[in-house]
Design a protein around this ligand. Structure first.
Ligand code: GDP
Length: 197
């Protein structure tokens, strides 16, 4: 699939105010600074659809984009930014968990993980929470251009072995580099195939 048209629809902090539509929805989420905005811009072929910021944790809203008039891409706030107060974290958790629990249109969540990092508790716990709540998800390992191929392979083998401690079966896994435009076709074809079935 190629994204020919992408349009910002609405930002909000309440799942009740998300677009009243039956279109399938695909959400992108991950730790602040994981490369989510860059990935969304790469997928849509737009320079500034999602803002790429040097300041982690700035976007705290649910952002809906209409893609090819056929599905919604949802940019969710980055989690795990240390400089956010406890109170803010609670508010954040509530509206994100609300989104995942209540949004019937959600077909799949893409959990973004920085390919350079060791498995982090916050990501592993978040994925377990998705599993417990029966929310389908896939993993996208980002910024793979930053690693040598052999190091990337080693990191992936290690990450998968940690995942296998929790999961009987591995979820779909994608590799991406927004710098080199890697992973775009695989992710978009995956979405297209689900939409077709
Ligand atoms: P977000 O906070 O998750 O939306 O992350 P951003 O997309 O704003 O990216 C955070 C930083 O990582 C920025 O400095 C980006 O230029 C950089 N970055 C994002 N994706 C990549 C990538 O695939 N390769 C490289 N080398 N840098 C990236």
């Amino acid at each position: 699939m190629e994204i020919k048209q992408s349009k910002f629809v609405i930002s909000n902090s309440k799942v009740e105010n998300c677009p009243n539509s039956t279109l399938p929805e695909y959400a992108f989420i991950g730790r602040s600074n994981v490369g989510k905005s860059s990935l969304i811009n790469m997928l849509t072929g737009r320079k500034n659809l999602a803002k790429v910021s040097g300041k982690p944790g700035k976007t705290r809203l649910i952002n809906h984009f209409l893609i090819n008039e056929k599905w919604h891409l949802v940019d969710l706030p980055g989690y795990g930014y240390a400089k956010v107060s406890k109170k803010e974290k609670k508010v954040f958790q509530k509206f994100i968990t609300d989104y995942f629990k209540k949004r019937k249109q959600l077909v799949n969540a893409f959990v973004l993980i920085d390919s350079r990092h060791q498995p982090q508790t916050i990501d592993l716990e978040f994925m377990q929470w998705l599993g417990v709540n029966v929310i389908p998800f896939s993993i996208i390992f980002t910024k793979i251009d930053k690693l040598k191929p052999q190091t990337l392979d080693e990191k992936l083998v290690h990450y998968k072995s940690v995942l296998m401690e929790y999961w009987e079966e591995l979820m779909p896994i994608f590799l991406s580099s927004s710098k080199d435009k890697t992973g775009k076709d695989e992710i978009l074809d995956y979405i297209q195939n689900i939409n077709k079935s």
